[in-house]
Write a protein that binds this ligand. Structure first.
Ligand code: CO8
Length: 258
């Protein structure tokens, strides 16, 4: 991999870093393909959580590579979007929680990566937005679908139609990010959240993610039926016996993910 690094922490948390700093980590076709390949690789290792970040302190991801896109045909652009969608689906549909550590600029495709994650942490120097319509294109890596689901349709439409860049305090207020931390601290804050997650029953966390993902995809009755099924299924796991047994015995649970 030329532009994507994967590190594994001792607690089972994987950190994927997009590293193309001379272009502020902009996404060309190769970078998007490497993100997809790396996510496939890490998921086969059953991590406890995945953090996505950008290299350096200036930029998370400054969007898709405008120079490369400027010479794409309509079919090439569609293919680019499809490869991007496939990579984002690996984040969105990952069985384990995903956290974006937004350490700087998150524009266009960069914001779309963050939106495909379950949780977003931003540093004070982060700037976020969808500049696409100012380029005569639109957010093509899931932004038109995921932004309304995260911040609601009216705010998402304002962001997408104006292309306005927003600062972390506004991002926090509209629910685009979960928390804002000091410059240089986004990755550490994401690590802290991931460590809290990693201390819990891994199967319970996976099942809980599968349930909450359905909140937007299915009607309430189907979602509640699915929740009841998953709730019941967890009672067949060692982790549930261990977790509830540890509470009753007043000791710390030791989960094995079984
Ligand atoms: N694409 C290509 N190159 C970029 C990009 C980009 N998105 N962003 C920055 N760069 C390059 C610059 O061209 C420059 O390169 P060079 O040194 O060779 O001239 C280098 O990175 C450093 O950038 P700047 O000198 O401009 O740094 P500044 O700190 O002055 O400005 C900004 C930083 C504000 C981020 C500025 O670079 C900028 O506005 N960048 C473009 C942001 C943008 O419009 N992003 C959206 C792109 S469209 C998109 O993401 C569509 C996604 C949907 C399709 C995805 C399908 C997979």
């Amino acid at each position: 991999m030329d532009f994507v690094r994967l590190e594994r922490e001792d607690n089972g948390v994987a950190i994927l870093t997009i590293d193309r700093q001379e272009k502020l980590n902009a996404l060309d076709m190769q970078v998007v393909e490497e993100i997809g390949q790396t996510l496939l690789e890490v998921e086969s290792e059953s991590p406890r959580a995945i953090i996505v970040t950008g290299a350096g302190e200036k930029s998370f991801v400054a969007g898709a590579d405008i120079s490369q896109m400027s010479s794409m045909s309509a079919l090439q652009a569609k293919r680019f979007a499809e490869i991007g969608h496939a990579a984002m689906a690996l984040l969105d549909r990952s069985p384990v929680p995903t956290i974006a550590a937004v350490n700087g600029y998150a524009f266009g495709g960069g914001l779309e990566i963050a939106l495909a994650c379950d949780i977003r942490v931003a540093s004070e120097n982060a700037l976020m937005g969808f500049p696409e319509v100012g380029l005569g294109i639109l957010p093509g890596m899931g932004g038109t679908q995921r932004a309304p689901r995260v911040v609601g349709p009216a705010i998402a439409k304002e962001l997408i139609f104006t292309g306005r860049r927003i600062k972390p305090d506004e991002a926090l207020r509209i629910g685009l990010v979960n928390r804002v931390v000091a410059r240089g601290e986004a990755l550490n804050a994401a690590r802290e959240i991931a460590a809290e997650i990693a201390a819990n029953g891994p199967l319970a966390v996976r099942f809980a993610k599968a349930c909450t993902n359905r909140a937007h995809d299915v009607d309430l009755i189907s979602g509640l039926e699915y929740e009841a099924d998953q709730f019941g299924l967890l009672f067949s796991t060692e982790d549930a016996r261990e977790g509830m047994g540890a509470f009753v015995e007043k000791r710390k649970a030791e989960f094995r993910g079984a």
